[in-house]
Design a protein around this ligand. Structure first.
Ligand code: NAD
Ligand code: SER
Length: 321
């Protein structure tokens, strides 16, 4: 193979929470027609990812993956397709098949065609034995199937980099908060759902305890971090390249509810933990992101106050438009 079939970008799992923001940002940077969105699930009719090229694609279908890469002239894959923690624990076989099988399919295609790959990891790689502020390098003993598939994803990515020279990069995203697309099937979804319920109903029943503290990040920071990592010189990246810790903010569910009630008069929140409490309890409170800061200059821009203000403003604006 002389090199990749082209320089265009393929985004898998683009109909999801991150895809809605990442596809828009990639198109504004590299050109609308140079970013091909794909998913196994038909996007909503008003989805921003339909403002440019879109192809239905399962990441488990190696033949379709190959033909998409050749026909669309792909040089880089942003591989977002996955099953998140809550859905993954209710269907662990599906979670393993999509998260591990899909990642192998993408990495194999990258090896065959000489592609670059972005494959996100998660704070779910950490288990209950992790220090509460998770270091970059520490034993990874997750208790959820989702977390186990994310550890496997990091190991696979490092193998393809070391054995075949595939340039794979990844971030252990914290829980992501955004307004363009709903969060789906995760444990940190409460931090997204609470905003819509506050505006529409003035009330939210939260599925984790008030004192549940997790690493979180506003989507704009996550997208900026993702693109910074993919644009970082390859020689700057060390052995954490497949799963950088990335800090944004860290708050309890109660602190988030308080920040919203200060801005939405009359808003109330009850806490009724369900099985997702267990998954949240197995994850750290915060992460040490000094490696990402040192190697490629990571710095978050959003704290809790700035995020809550922007979330409410954007959700109110989309609701009234
Ligand atoms: P999401 O659940 O919102 O979207 C995932 C998308 O993958 C969905 O649109 C789904 O239809 C698609 N998909 C599922 N099976 C597929 C298949 N076989 N082929 C093609 N597409 C398929 O998830 P997201 O929040 O956008 O997450 C994207 C990535 O980021 C995942 O790897 C996830 O583990 C990681 N991540 C997300 C968060 C977060 O808070 N959103 C945090 C940490 C890590
Ligand atoms: N936000 C994700 C989830 O809750 C963590 O990767 O599943």
């Amino acid at each position: 193979m002389d090199g990749p079939p082209g320089e265009r970008i393929l985004v898998t799992g683009a109909s999801g929470q991150i895809g809605a923001d990442l596809v828009c940002e990639l198109r504004s940077r590299y050109g609308r027609d140079n970013v091909v969105a794909s998913d196994i699930r038909e996007p909503e009719q008003d989805s921003p990812i339909l403002d440019g090229p879109y192809r239905p694609l399962s990441v488990l279908d190696g033949d379709s993956m190959e033909s998409t890469i050749e026909e669309e002239g792909i040089g880089t894959i942003y591989h977002l397709a996955a099953i998140l923690s809550a859905t993954g624990e209710s269907d662990p076989e599906l979670c393993h098949r999509v998260n591990v099988g899909g990642t192998v399919c993408v990495l194999e295609a990258a090896r065959d065609f000489g592609l670059r790959v972005y494959a996100p990891s998660s704070i779910a790689v950490f288990g209950p034995d992790s220090p509460r502020i998770a270091p970059q390098v520490t034993p990874l003993n997750p208790t959820t199937m989702y977390g186990k598939t994310k550890v496997t994803g990091e190991i696979l990515a490092m193998n393809y980099w070391k054995q075949y020279g595939v340039d794979v990069r990844g971030i252990r995203y914290p829980g992501l908060v955004s307004w363009k697309a709903p969060a789906g099937g995760g444990t940190t979804d409460y931090a997204v759902d609470i905003f819509r319920s506050a505006i529409e109903d003035g009330h939210y029943e939260c599925f984790v305890r008030e004192d549940t503290k997790l690493p979180m990040m506003y989507m704009d920071d996550a997208i900026r971090g993702t693109i910074s990592l993919m644009e970082a010189p390859i020689e700057n990246l060390g052995p954490s390249r497949a799963g950088y810790n990335l800090g944004g903010m860290s708050f309890t569910a109660g602190e988030l509810a308080d920040a919203i009630s200060e801005r939405v008069p009359g808003f109330t929140c009850d806490f009724a933990p369900d099985v997702r409490q267990e998954y949240a309890d197995s994850w750290p409170d915060d992460v040490d992101d000094s490696t990402a800061r040192d190697e490629w200059g990571w710095e978050p821009e959003y704290d809790l106050v700035k995020m809550v203000d922007e979330m409410l403003e954007m959700m109110r604006a989309t609701q009234s438009s």
